[in-house]
Ligand binder design. Structure first.
Ligand code: SF4
Length: 69
């Protein structure tokens, strides 16, 4: 399977631009999952910029919002 890094450029909203895992979604996801976190792309701009990737922060962001079906 060919790496799709080039295709990810328009999808990644992570503002931590010096991260070595940037655009490497598989590495990014595993890194945060091992830490009990979610990657930047789960967060809107207001929450992403805090660099708090915790699930608690995700729930805080989504509080009062319905999840898509
Ligand atoms: S979400 Fe985390 S691992 Fe992924 S590019 Fe941003 S800082 Fe790096």
């Amino acid at each position: 399977m060919k790496c799709k890094m080039d295709e990810h450029a328009g999808l990644c909203n992570c503002t931590y631009s010096s991260c070595e895992r940037r655009l490497k979604c598989c590495d990014c996801l595993h890194y945060h999952r091992k830490k009990g976190q979610l990657p930047a792309c789960f967060f809107n701009a207001e929450f992403e910029i805090t660099y708090d990737r915790s699930i608690a922060n995700f729930i805080k962001m989504r509080k009062g919002q319905c999840l898509p079906a």
